[in-house]
Design a protein around this ligand. Structure first.
Ligand code: SAH
Length: 205
């Protein structure tokens, strides 16, 4: 997977490649989907959600140019796979998941794989960020939205970066926005398709 899907494209960050090579992706899927775990594609994880394609996980993390001590918020824990890759690189990772059952399963897996001490998970609407722990050097959003939630921008540190898919339900552009003097400077990275970010408790499905 690392050679054929990541190095052969444009993933060059050594820490990202090391982490992607180390985290067992199949462990985040039910046994009946293990044969699809290392496919060059997203895979369903239940409740209509998906674990992102390996390339997209690596690409989003590379786009943050992480340092070990950075304080990073992930919005959309899902299976916990990307959380584990982030935990390989960082001292600590803050993550939020709005669907309690997915969050509980993710935490169980992360504990079993030894990442439990590094992961601070919250069952909450991550579109509101995590005010108690802000500011963050980086925010990585794994669900799509029509605009960048105001709270996430507010909780970004100066020179912090947010990676977020922005667009309609069917098609989005992955944006990297850097906060410079309080304002966001946006770069368009690639087109992508993510499940939608829940903006209110009541539109979960
Ligand atoms: N990074 C995940 C991919 C998860 S898919 C992985 O590696 O498996 C996106 C996730 O975002 C889903 O689990 C979905 O429940 C969650 N999500 C959607 N809206 C959310 C919100 N407002 N706050 C937190 N999580 C949200």
């Amino acid at each position: 997977m690392v050679q054929t899907q990541l190095i052969s494209r444009d993933i060059i960050d050594k820490e990202v490649l090391r982490a992607m090579g180390k985290v067992p992706r199949h462990s985040f899927l039910p046994v009946e989907l293990w044969d699809r775990a290392y496919d060059d594609a997203p895979v369903p994880i239940g409740e209509g959600q998906t674990i992102s394609q390996p390339y997209i996980v690596a690409y989003m993390i590379q786009a943050l140019s992480l340092k070990r001590e950075d304080k990073i918020l992930e919005v959309g824990t899902g299976s916990g796979y990307q959380t584990a890759v982030l935990a390989e690189i960082l001292e600590k990772i803050y993550t939020t998941e709005i669907r309690p059952e997915l969050a509980r399963k993710a935490m169980t897996r992360l504990n079993e794989l030894g990442y439990g001490d590094k992961v601070k998970i919250r069952i909450a609407n991550g579109g509101l960020g995590n005010e108690d722990e802000a500011p963050f050097n980086g925010i990585i959003v794994t669900a799509a939205t029509f605009d960048i939630p105001r709270q996430l921008v507010e909780q970004l540190a100066e020179e912090g970066k947010i990676i977020i898919p922005v667009g309609s339900a069917e098609q989005q552009i992955l944006i990297r926005a850097t906060k410079i003097k309080g304002k966001l400077i946006e770069e368009k990275l690639l087109s992508c398709i993510f499940v939608p970010l829940v903006r209110k408790e009541c539109d979960k499905n």
